[in-house]
Design a protein around this ligand. Structure first.
Ligand code: ADP
Ligand code: GLC
Length: 482
């Protein structure tokens, strides 16, 4: 029997993306289709989404959704079956999905994402035009309240899965908003939406979920400790029998070095020499010297989570070892400034592009020798998976999904020919220096480096296994609910 799944997410590739959540929300439906799961995804009607869906069908109207008129639209685009919440008061505005261009969160995010979640629960209860989900799967704090609305409403019998993509973002608000949420009084309390005296959206989702998943097995372990649990470790330990760590995959059709229109020249594991054309194109884009020195790349949010402060401290060391670095990212202004300053200091050796550029991110994986990801924590991480697939070897901190997906070039792995990258101790400047030095050293020996590239490109980074795990989880929940 085909399972009908409602997915709720605040971003989805290729319509709107700020990070890996969009990649996952965009790729999982296609992977699940092969497992007998048909997915409809509820997303907010941001201007970028409305512009891309073209002619859509109105499937439900709200005169007053949290006080504002809204319509639910159905549309099919890029193979995605979408339900789009067109609520102009909440989603039609300039800026990003969560805040303005100056980086300030929208003051009414609590209402915007409660509205999205309320509609998710309504769909679970009433269906849309005869379609009713068997199961509901929601992502991160922006959608987590769907689970709470379901549990305390008419759809309480429909199984619900909440996925944690990043515990650092929890959707915490004042206790005073509770009255406006439209939940019954019993939803307030330690077993409901109350969280340290305030309102917690992710917390509410986690206590209301039939299953909790997160995006790698190691992160599933890490979030049980106070260091990574970010205040929720007690709750998560209490529900550990419902916790599953399921690795993200990548869309191997979009990320395919043999057939990628966004890079200068296609290649595969047997034609690695063709990467040179991508390297030259990349050097040109970043104003870097054209030479064969190890070319490191960074494609990242420039934040503390990603260890980018450690990275700016390691740049002079990297250049001193003869390396070059191309950085694509945006984020904290002091970090952006530090990278730009390094590019000034090391002309021809460091190139920096502040901003978001999807096509350029492909060329960086195709032309770079190694991708640096010194994260302090990393629930899964996708850029190391793209790096593996493109033979741009990941040099990464040993945390979360990075630890689960990269095989360190230690002596044993090297002699077995299975190493795919370099791992270093997290949050440790000297360990990062050591990892960069190790990469430079290995890069000098072409056969060894190419052997690692081939091992990396052989790694299975597809969604196949993980989609099967999600499908098995849905089936077990449905069997339990029946
Ligand atoms: P996170 O979601 O924590 O930012 P992930 O590694 O899971 O980290 O996903 C990041 C996604 O965003 C990847 O698809 C990556 O290629 C992309 N990305 C990050 N920064 C940029 C940028 N400046 N330009 C283009 N793509 C970017
Ligand atoms: C979050 C995490 C990242 C993960 C992504 C998709 O943004 O920071 O590690 O890959 O979600 O699950």
């Amino acid at each position: 029997m085909t399972i009908k799944l409602l997915s709720v997410a605040s971003e989805i590739y290729p319509l709107i993306k700020t990070g890996g959540l969009a990649d996952v929300a965009g790729a999982l439906p296609g992977a699940l289709a092969g497992q007998g799961v048909s997915t409809r995804t509820l997303v907010p009607g941001y201007p970028a989404v409305l512009a891309r869906i073209g002619k859509a069908k109105v499937v439900r109207r709200y005169d007053a959704l949290f006080g504002a008129p809204a319509t639910l639209l159905a549309a099919s685009v890029h193979g995605l079956d979408l339900l789009v919440l067109d609520a102009p008061a909440f989603f039609t505005r300039e800026g990003g999905p969560y805040g303005d261009d100056g980086g300030n969160d929208w003051g009414d995010n609590w209402r915007r994402f409660a509205a999205l979640s309320r509609v998710g629960a309504d769909i679970a209860a009433d269906g849309v035009k005869g379609w009713r989900p068997d199961i509901v799967h929601v992502h991160d704090w922006q959608a987590a309240m769907t689970a709470a609305y379901m549990r305390f409403g008419p759809a309480h019998a429909v199984p619900r899965v909440v996925t944690i993509h990043n515990l650092a973002f929890q959707g915490r608000y004042d206790a005073a908003i509770f009255d406006a949420l439209g939940l019954p009084p019993e939803a307030w309390g330690v077993d409901g939406v109350e969280y340290y005296g305030g309102t917690g959206y992710l917390k509410a989702g986690l206590v209301s979920a039939d299953a909790i998943t997160t995006v790698s097995p190691t992160y599933a372990e890490e979030i049980r400790s106070p260091v990574h649990g970010m205040g929720l470790d007690g709750l998560i330990n209490g529900r550990v029998d419902r916790l599953h760590g399921i690795l993200n995959g990548v869309d191997t059709a979009i990320w395919n070095p043999a057939d990628d229109a966004l890079i200068a020249k296609g290649y595969n594991a047997r034609t690695l020499s063709r990467r040179a054309a991508n390297r030259r194109a990349l050097e040109k884009q970043f104003g870097l010297d054209a030479d064969d020195a190890p070319l490191f790349v960074i494609v990242s949010r420039l934040t503390w989570q990603k260890g980018m402060d450690l990275m700016t401290g390691a740049i002079d060391h990297l250049v001193g070892l003869g390396g070059k670095l191309a950085v694509l990212g945006s984020g904290d202004h002091p970090l952006e400034g530090a990278f730009l300053g390094a590019a000034e200091r090391h002309r021809g050796r460091i190139g920096v592009r502040i901003g978001y550029d999807e096509p350029l991110s492909h060329l960086m994986q195709a032309g770079g020798d190694a991708i640096l990801i010194p994260s302090r924590f990393e629930p899964c991480g996708l850029t190391q998976l793209y790096g593996l697939r493109y033979g741009c070897l990941p040099v990464v901190a040993r945390v979360g999904g990075l630890a689960d997906t990269v095989i360190d070039a230690n002596a044993a792995a090297m002699s077995a020919g299975v190493a795919t990258g370099i791992l270093h101790a997290p949050s440790d400047p000297l360990a990062l220096h050591g990892a960069i030095a190790h990469a430079v050293h290995l890069h000098r020996n072409k056969p060894i480096w190419q052997g690692m590239q081939r091992a990396a490109m052989r790694a299975d980074v597809s969604w196949e296994n993980s989609a099967a795990r999600y499908a098995a989880l849905y089936r077990s929940l449905l069997a339990g609910a029946a």
